[in-house]
Design a protein around this ligand. Structure first.
Ligand code: AMP
Length: 213
């Protein structure tokens, strides 16, 4: 399975990516996570990406495209992958399409997660994650058993720098302008499947597995 998760920030891409990548036994490749790793390790790429990320803006296409192409040539991505947060612009989608054609790779599915703005806002403001295992919680919808502590490994949960009310509006506007056109792009390629991401997590994932069995 070679798939892309599409949808606005807060639609549940990261949450569903964990279950879906386990189900199909494919690596979950999140460009946001790759950038955050680079930021925390203070690599040159991380230092360059940070200023865009903190403002809720997109990192320039050429940086992201290089990062993803490099990741897709790693051994674990040869039998399949789940891209989360990439592509986010038409030039990124075209670069990925050409990369796949050049390397005889067929994209099987674009999983488009739909959710309205008011729900997205609450999901983002309430989002907390475990810095150790990456599990994502939500203080409103999916709280941990003990306040601020990961159920799995007891680590203290953290909030992303860009998960605040000021940047959410920018990120959502960037999605509308730059990323939403990808829906038509992939519709024209006949690989887009839309799922209602207001539904419970299990229900959304079951619908995905049924569609791509
Ligand atoms: P995410 O975790 O997917 O919400 O990404 C967090 C931030 O990383 C975004 O707001 C962007 O600043 C940056 N980023 C992640 N993926 C991309 C991408 N495909 N293109 C440009 N910027 C990206």
């Amino acid at each position: 399975m070679r798939a892309i998760l599409l949808g606005p920030p807060g639609a549940g891409k990261g949450t569903h990516a964990v279950g879906i990548s386990e189900h199909y036994n494919i690596p979950h490749i999140s460009t946001g996570d790759l950038f955050r790793e680079n930021v925390s390790q203070e690599t040159p790429l991380g230092l360059e990406a940070k200023s865009y990320m903190d403002k809720g803006e997109l990192v320039p296409d050429d940086l992201v495209i290089r990062l993803v192409q490099d990741r897709l040539t790693k051994p674990d991505a040869q039998e399949g992958f789940l891209l989360d947060g990439f592509p986010r612009t038409i030039p990124q989608a075209e670069a990925l399409w050409n990369f796949c054609e050049d390397n005889d790779i067929q994209l099987d599915a674009v999983i488009d997660l739909e959710a309205p703005y008011d729900l997205i806002e609450k999901r983002i403001v309430g989002r907390r994650s475990c810095p150790k295992c990456g599990k994502i919680y939500n203080i409103y919808f999916q709280p941990p058993k003990e306040d601020g502590i990961c159920d799995i490994d007891g680590a203290e949960l953290v909030q992303r720098n860009d998960d605040n009310e000021e940047t959410i509006r920018t990120r959502f506007n960037v999605y509308k302008e730059e990323t939403e056109p990808l829906i038509d792009y992939y519709k024209n390629k006949n690989i887009l499947e839309t799922f209602d991401s207001t539904k419970p997590i299990d229900e959304v994932q079951e619908a995905v597995y049924e569609r791509f069995s």
